[in-house]
Design a protein around this ligand. Structure first.
Ligand code: SF4
Length: 339
């Protein structure tokens, strides 16, 4: 460790590990610097996501969202899906170089590459490692369209570079902002920038001519689904100059489910029963609830002149994608990697 302290997590065997680092500027976090062999990941055919390729410069996420769906992926590294996911962050220090080599292959077909689909590329570590400018440069110079989804206001640093890329390639920018109550936001997403700071980042991107999408999700039953909260949220998003909203109810997959339900039982014991009824045996809120939520959202979005889209990650969409993926095909089967 750089500060000389022992960290049992650093003893975990990790492919490509160069060193593990702690610094006073990032108190409480350990960065595990690894040399990655690959940068591009192919999304499984059965996924309902509207992209086929992703890049994730980091594993683990200091934004620490209690509901984070990526928590379980940390267990592949022998870390736990709870506190370790929040504090033990793997950094692919050579990701931009590896990506550039992959994008230079003659077989690369310049399909959209999505960033921010598994862990946040503008989490706090990015302030130290500055991996995103190299990634954006590699994508832009190879003629590859990209999309970025983040909660990180550090995106502002790269807006001029992204603007240049967007002059000749599709660049989709999206900010995730789900909670318009400051105390609740700090409790649920303790490592994230404030809602106001994220809205200011949306405004900065919109002023540069980007049509910015806001992911108003997860909408949490009984916590953020009240009409007043949704109205306040959509009004603020419209005021920040966003073009479109993607909304959806909370999902709780294994890993995230245990962590979130523990949090609910501690912080909102009065809601525990309801959450266990909704999510005890399912990753998704009941279909009836999701339908009601959509019916509540649509008129609010219309009133504020925002385009809307439901979250694509719905059980019905997953089922359809799985069925489509099982149709006979002569294409080679991609490797289902998350990172
Ligand atoms: S910002 Fe995204 S990846 Fe990071 S903890 Fe929150 S939900 Fe997970």
């Amino acid at each position: 460790m750089r500060d000389g302290s022992a960290d049992p997590a650093a003893l975990v065997s990790m492919r490509g590990l160069v060193r593990s680092v702690r610094t006073p500027e990032f108190a409480g976090l350990t960065f595990h610097e690894v040399v990655a062999k690959t940068a591009l990941n192919q999304v499984p055919t059965a996924s309902s996501m509207p992209f086929h390729w992703t890049v994730n410069p980091y594993r683990g996420c200091s934004h620490q969202c209690v509901y984070c769906f990526a928590r379980q992926t940390h267990t592949y590294l022998d870390f736990d899906a709870g506190d370790d996911f929040d504090r033990q962050v793997v950094v692919k220090v050579n990701v931009a170089d590896v990506l550039r080599a992959e994008l230079g292959r003659r077989s690369w077909r310049h399909e959209l590459v999505a960033l921010g689909t598994n862990t946040d590329p503008y989490q706090r570590a990015e302030g130290r490692y500055e991996l995103m400018p190299g990634i954006i440069r590699a994508l832009g110079e190879s003629g590859t369209p990209l999309s970025i989804l983040t909660k990180g206001t550090l995106l502002r640093r790269d807006l001029p570079q992204l603007r240049q890329v967007a002059d000749h390639l599709p660049v989709d920018l999206a900010m995730s902002i789900a909670i318009f109550d400051d105390a609740l936001q700090k409790a649920v997403e303790p490592g994230t920038p404030t809602t106001a700071a994220r809205l200011a980042t949306v405004r900065a991107a919109a002023e540069l001519g980007f049509p910015v999408t806001v992911f108003l999700m997860p909408i949490m039953p009984w916590l953020t689904d009240q009409p007043e909260h949704l109205e306040r949220a959509v009004a603020a998003i419209a005021d920040a100059g966003a073009s479109r909203v993607v909304f959806g109810a909370l999902h709780l997959r294994p890993g995230a489910r245990e962590w979130f339900l523990d949090w609910i039982s501690r912080e909102h014991p009065e809601l525990e029963r309801g959450y266990r009824t909704f999510y005890g045996n399912s990753s998704y809120a009941p279909a009836g609830y999701r339908k009601q939520l959509a019916a509540r959202m649509r008129p609010i979005l219309r009133r504020h002149g925002l385009d809307a889209r439901d979250d694509e990650d719905q059980p019905e969409n997953r089922r359809a994608a799985r069925e489509a993926a099982t149709l006979p095909t002569f294409a080679p089967t991609p490797q289902p990697t998350l990172f």
